[in-house]
Design a protein around this ligand. Structure first.
Ligand code: KIV
Ligand code: ZN
Length: 529
């Protein structure tokens, strides 16, 4: 094993070196514009986080909506190892609702917060500092009435007056908070300043040793990961982060970067986490797929170029010894060397084994559908890579809950227009076919969808990328539809870009309709009650 592959373990490290990973992809991540996920998607993400060894999963903000409550509740029911946390403001109504949502979880946490900076207290809360301090004590006490594990956060902590911050922290710990989170809500701090803040607070607050301190950093100045690590050096032992760094504005600190920094630079960051790093790529791909937020090509750890060596000098060095330009191996983050998948003669058993290797476990019906699509793909594409299978399965999983499915598409394209599309959709089990023309084949295809499923949503994003190299590569299309101020993402994959486009559009439309159905049924229940 090369030195880059040496797994960082707890061996030799004391319990005090253990860093708790608190993932907030499903709360702070999901909260950012355009990243909303359906219940099924949240369940998939939660399952991956739980399996990969994340310690705490912040599953949502239960008071925010009925949908949020339900997803937190469902995740709480299914969690196997992780602590399930729900967020609440300082009000008793929020806290009680949160307690109800996380109830089914074996290990549960209430995370309650209030702003403590002068600007937030004055303009947002319109509260005097003393009233905020009272609210801190009352909210934490209320939460402790429900659970033993209570986290308290001072929103905009890094812009809070130091003396007041210390009084609030002391009050929260006295009231029973077991974790104290000091967020850099606006991404304003710097590494030295943040490390120092934790040192000073832990020194100044008399009961500081009774709680775990936590970092929570936003990336407005591109320092979220550096600040988080500095906070750990300053004495914090929990990091709040998200997969791919998604989150409000410029995002949160990226989980994969933090975990790999601790593992790779263990000489200067002598800590350890419980995360199975070989699942990082899988988690990144899943979050990207369900949010339709692409991962930038040069993104650290999980970008598609993170382990690519293009220049001749680098390639030469790598061939001689991979440690010349590689500080960690692709395998350590779950990137498998691109491997040839079975061809068109492969059987279902081999296909199931391949899926297992890639981390998918499908039921019999879903397996059969995926296998049929795989055969189809193998017939049309010279070489089928792992990435092709992953795109196909993600597409299959995403579409499996949809009421509307793409059945067939024929397009007439070329220089002499108008371009025409003939599309067949399965709508609630009934096949319907329409022909439409448009300004190009994509437009014609989308017009055919519109003719069968009339809607007022606007197309706000249409994006295509190739899953692998070569002209026969599968196209992965992302579509965003906007309706009444909300965004609905859709994704589709196919060697034919137009089929992938139709799938992506229909997928986004399904999400829009499923939200409408949910709102409609809530409204009917409310009016009949
Ligand atoms: O950024 C922030 O301050 C937050 C809190 C709610 C923890 O997300
Ligand atoms: Zn935040």
């Amino acid at each position: 094993m090369s030195s880059q592959d040496t797994p960082q373990t707890s061996a030799g490290g004391s319990a005090n070196d253990r860093v708790i990973i608190f993932d907030t992809t499903l709360r702070d991540g999901e909260q950012c514009p355009g990243a909303s996920m359906t219940l099924d998607e949240k369940l998939q993400v939660a399952e991956v986080l739980d399996t990969m060894g994340v310690d705490v999963i912040e599953a949502g903000f239960p008071i925010a909506s009925q949908g949020d409550f339900e997803s937190v509740h469902e995740i709480a029911k299914r969690a196997k190892q992780a602590v399930i946390a729900g967020l609440s403001r300082a009000s008793f109504k929020d806290i009680d609702r949160c307690a109800e949502a996380i109830k089914p979880a074996e290990r549960r946490r209430i995370h309650t917060f209030i702003s403590t900076s002068p600007i937030h207290m004055k303009h947002k809360l319109k509260m005097e500092p003393e009233a905020v301090l009272e609210a801190v004590i009352a909210s934490v006490s209320r939460a402790r009435g429900h659970v033993d594990d209570v986290e308290w956060s001072c929103e905009d902590g890094t812009r809070t007056d130091f003396e007041f911050l210390c009084r609030c922290v002391e009050g929260a710990i006295n009231a029973g908070a077991t974790t104290i989170n000091i967020p850099d809500t606006v991404g304003y701090t710097t590494p030295e300043e943040y490390a120092d803040l934790f040192r000073r607070v832990r020194e100044a607050v008399p009961n500081a040793d009774k709680a775990v301190f936590s970092v929570h950093c936003h990336d407005d100045l591109g320092m979220a990961v550096a600040n988080s690590l500095a906070g750990i050096v300053g004495g914090a032992r929990q990091i709040e982060c998200t997969i791919n760094g998604i989150g409000e504005r410029a995002g949160n600190a990226a989980l994969e970067e933090l975990v790999m920094a601790i593992r790779t630079r263990n000489d200067v960051l002598p800590y350890f986490t419980n995360v199975d790093t070989t699942m990082l790529t899988r988690a990144s791909k899943l979050v990207s797929a369900v949010t339709s937020f692409p991962v930038q090509y040069n993104k650290a750890i999980v970008g598609r170029n993170a382990f690519a060596h293009e220049s001749g000098i680098h390639q030469d060095g790598m061939l001689k010894n991979n440690q010349t330009y590689e500080i960690m191996t692709p395998e350590s983050v779950g990137v498998k060397s691109t491997s040839l998948v079975m061809g068109k003669h492969s059987g279902r058993h081999a296909f199931r084994e391949k899926l297992k290797e890639l981390g998918y476990e499908l039921g019999d019906n879903a397996l059969l559908d995926a296998f049929t699509r795989f055969k189809n793909l193998a017939d049309r594409k010279k070489v089928v890579y792992d990435e092709d299978i992953e795109a196909l399965i993600d597409d299959e999983i995403l579409a499996s809950y949809d009421r509307i499915q793409v059945v067939a598409l024929t397009v007439i394209a070329g220089t002499s227009g108008p371009q025409r599309a003939t599309l067949t959709l399965d709508i609630d089990g009934r096949h319907e076919t329409r022909e439409a023309s448009g300004n190009g084949p994509v437009d014609a295809t989308f017009n055919a969808i519109h003719a069968m499923v009339p809607h007022e949503a606007k197309l706000s994003l249409y994006q295509v990328h190739a899953v692998t190299e070569g002209t026969d590569a599968q196209a992965e299309v992302t579509v965003k539809l906007e309706s009444a101020g909300r965004q609905f993402n859709g994704r589709g994959a196919d060697p034919d870009t137009l089929v992938a486009s139709a799938r992506a559009y229909v997928h986004a439309l399904n999400r829009l309709m499923s939200l409408r159905d949910r709102l409609h049924s809530q409204h009917s229940t409310a009016t009949s009650a």
